[in-house]
Unconditional design. Structure first.
Length: 245
């Protein structure tokens, strides 16, 4: 049974997923992880379609990723993922990314919420499905939980973004990967030329809708960079992030 809980999916890195130096974009790596999580959940019977029957939907709340080398254009990589445990209201899912030689090139852990469609508050699905989330609680990718980020930024807005049509996903809010792009866009091209991220943590605090203005703040404490996105329409923090190069 444990083997069926661990899904392995192969991806070929296309040019659309890379930067101008033919390296996998951080947001594209996050997208591979999310797509693998979606496929795994569907196969195990608690995907988006099944949760909708229980008036619930999945929301990614926290993600922490360690990256051990740049991933390049045309590489074939394998993402392994499994549901690991339940921590209070969070459903923990881990990931391991391997290259064609089976070398581990990234590891990640994520925390998800099952949100009630009506109340928009965390809920639970039936006990039989919940049991699947604890069978592999001793199988770890990272040896720690996805990071909870506190507020560490006191400076003004560095840049402002207004989400447009193609920033929005099927839940009609800003898709998870766009926040990663907005953080990475805080750097000049010359910085990216000589730097590649080795670590990402991001917390999704509040959904952002199309047309809502977001102020993205950035505080550099090399090699660690902290970010906070403030939704000016809602007067709330939308996300917090940390990237290490």
């Amino acid at each position: 049974m444990n083997e069926t809980l661990q899904l392995r999916t192969r991806y070929r890195v296309t040019s659309a997923d890379t930067d101008m130096h033919a390296r996998l974009k951080l947001s594209a790596l996050v997208n591979y992880l999310i797509q693998s999580a979606i496929d795994s959940a569907e196969l195990l019977g608690f995907g988006f379609s099944e949760l909708k029957k229980e008036h619930l939907f999945w929301v990614l709340n926290r993600l922490t990723v360690e990256i051990y080398r740049p991933i390049k254009w045309n590489e074939t990589i394998e993402v392994e993922t499994w549901p690991k445990d339940i921590e209070r209201i969070f459903y923990i899912r881990d990931f391991i990314v391997r290259d064609a030689q089976k070398q581990v090139i990234a590891k990640a852990s994520s925390a998800w919420l099952a949100i009630d469609l009506v109340s928009k508050r965390p809920g639970n699905f039936n006990k039989e499905k919940m049991e699947l989330f604890t069978r592999l609680k001793d199988v770890h990718s990272l040896e720690y939980s996805p990071e909870k980020l506190g507020s560490t930024i006191n400076k003004g807005y560095e840049r402002e973004v207004v989400p447009s049509y193609f920033d929005i996903d099927l839940n009609k809010h800003v898709t998870s990967t766009r926040y990663v792009d907005w953080m990475m866009d805080c750097f000049f091209s010359s910085f990216h030329t000589v730097n590649y991220p080795s670590f990402l943590s991001i917390n999704y605090m509040k959904e952002t809708m199309q047309g809502e203005q977001l102020g993205v703040m950035h505080d550099a404490q090399d090699p660690t960079h902290h970010f906070e996105g403030f939704n000016m329409e809602q007067d709330k923090v939308a996300f917090r992030g940390k990237i290490i190069f």
